[in-house]
Design a binder for this molecule. Sequence first.
Ligand code: PMP
Ligand code: GLU
Length: 395
Amino acid sequence: MELSKKALSISPSSTLAIDAKAKKMKADGIDIIGFGAGEPDFDTPEHIKAAAIKAINDGFTKYTPASGTLELKQAICNKFKKDNGLDYKPANIVISNGAKHSLVNAFQAILNPGDEVIIPAPFWVSYPEMVKIADGVPVILNSTEEEGFKFSVDKLEKAITAKTKAIVINSPSNPTGMIYTEDELRAIADLAVSKEIFIVSDEIYEKLIYDGYKHISIASFNDKIKDLTIIVNGVSKSYSMTGWRIGYTASNEKIATIMGNVQSHATSNPNSIAQKAAQAGLEGPEDVMNMMVAEFAKRRDYMVERINSIDGISCINPNGAFYVMMNISKIIGKEFAGVKINGSDDFANVLLEKANVALVPGSGFGTDIHVRLSYATSLENIKEGLNRIENFLNK
Ligand code: PMP
Ligand code: GLU
């Protein structure tokens, strides 16, 4: 029997696939160094866990409103006011099962069949597939390492057609760690307002910023761009809560209502206990987070310096998130351990099989001359992993 053509066209998440493969090899007793999926290696802070345990003991274990509890929505509004200078009401907020789910809801809410969504490359692997799931058409806007992995507004303007419905902005970026400056964001916002195009602004790495950079939400410039923007955020990265699955959006009320309606049929509410835990994270002390950021910055410095000291590979300095895009263009076409490297998939495979290092091929991010390394792992692992890469390349 014929299956859904749309579902058949969706490729699996390469980040999750690598992570699953590396975790399986580890469980089989193989000593793997994992630079794969981006998830903080720190434990979820104690006060957050305590809030979840309390929620269970208090019997907070039933359905909540489908788009989330009023108190968590209020905590999210307070966060937007404090961190981003944005005024939202609970009616603007939808809480979902992770930011991934929030993004899927956002595209479902704004796209009609054939609508185009501009996605700057390198992009996070899930964006094009999410757009396709919502019957949209991903339009990829390339940028090079020499351009700092940023697109110019001129280039963006040329990519806009009568069918353009939305632009994805992900700053700080997964996978490049790039951050847009205020001027760059203002230029994008002005263009979006003049052409009436939505912005889907994925700000999940907003707290993971180094080198004195500051996160600015594109929605904060004026009411017009605020009305056109769906901000996506969540607690996975900033509070080391990847498994708890809480993400959220802020948008105009109309969009929030229809996202909530879709969610009410697809999943109902996100986990009640995880909502209490997320609230404790948002309302709690930030010292744990500051410690994480300081540690990530140290790891990044080491990784960047080390990669650039190894013959054949290089990288630019990422200012946010916890990823490094390693340039492997000098390796492509060469043979290592008896295997010819034709692109990033070959490199990732051979490195996993022969050197027991897991990283994510750039192919899924829209660039085949890079691989992505996550530095959300201990400095000790980073040193060992890079030793292995160096030894492998020297063979
Ligand atoms: N956006 C980006 C850019 C990401 O890297 C991730 C990674 N998980 C997500 C959204 C989704 O996060 P989550 O679903 O865990 O909240
Ligand atoms: N977002 C993380 C990554 O890119 C986690 C895996 C995923 O959700 O894709 O590695």
